[in-house]
Design a binder for this molecule. Structure first.
Ligand code: 4NP
Length: 157
């Protein structure tokens, strides 16, 4: 059974699909796609069925990450039975997830940036800001994704 990772933000159109696309590519490049499975979801329901935000897609593409095939979905109760790691982009996401978590959940529910080297604890919501917010999301996600991969390699060995 692969280790299953779910990235969660509010809308599942900016931060968590960025993490999903970047981490999935890192896993494939490392040849670990049979061992680690990646998904993403939002706590909110406004963007279900939508592609990632064009600003997030464009920023990611400028660093060779293609997010175009991803489709937004909402977190569902079964996610707490399926996933081993549920990684929140900010503290509000984490609180919302804690409120939803099933008692059977035996995985890790934490902030994604626990795995990063930045002083920031949260990936700031870029939705209402400018382009630099999307660049910051990419910087934070790339950094924490490296740390997460190191952690998972240790767990798998
Ligand atoms: P995300 O960004 O949580 O990183 O996908 C947002 C997307 C949409 C909204 C807020 C944040 N919104 O208010 O619709």
């Amino acid at each position: 059974m692969p280790v299953k990772i779910l990235f969660v933000c509010l809308g599942n159109i900016c931060r968590s699909p960025t993490a999903h696309g970047i981490f999935e590519k890192m896993i494939a490049d490392a040849g670990l796609q049979e061992l680690i499975m990646v998904d993403s979801a939002g706590t909110g329901d406004w963007h279900i069925g939508k592609s990632p935000d064009p600003r997030a897609r464009e920023a990611a593409l400028s660093r060779n990450h293609d997010l175009s095939r991803l489709v937004a979905r909402q977190v569902r109760p079964e996610d707490f039975l399926e996933f081993d790691y549920i990684l929140a982009m900010d503290k509000q996401n984490l609180w919302d997830l804690k409120a939803m978590a099933l008692p059977e959940f035996s995985g890790r529910l934490e902030l994604f940036l626990e795995y990063g080297s930045s002083d920031l604890e949260e990936v700031p919501d870029p939705y209402s800001g400018g382009r630099e917010g999307f660049e910051q999301v990419l910087d934070l996600v790339e950094d924490a994704a490296q740390g997460l991969l190191v952690h998972l390699r240790e767990q798998l060995s």
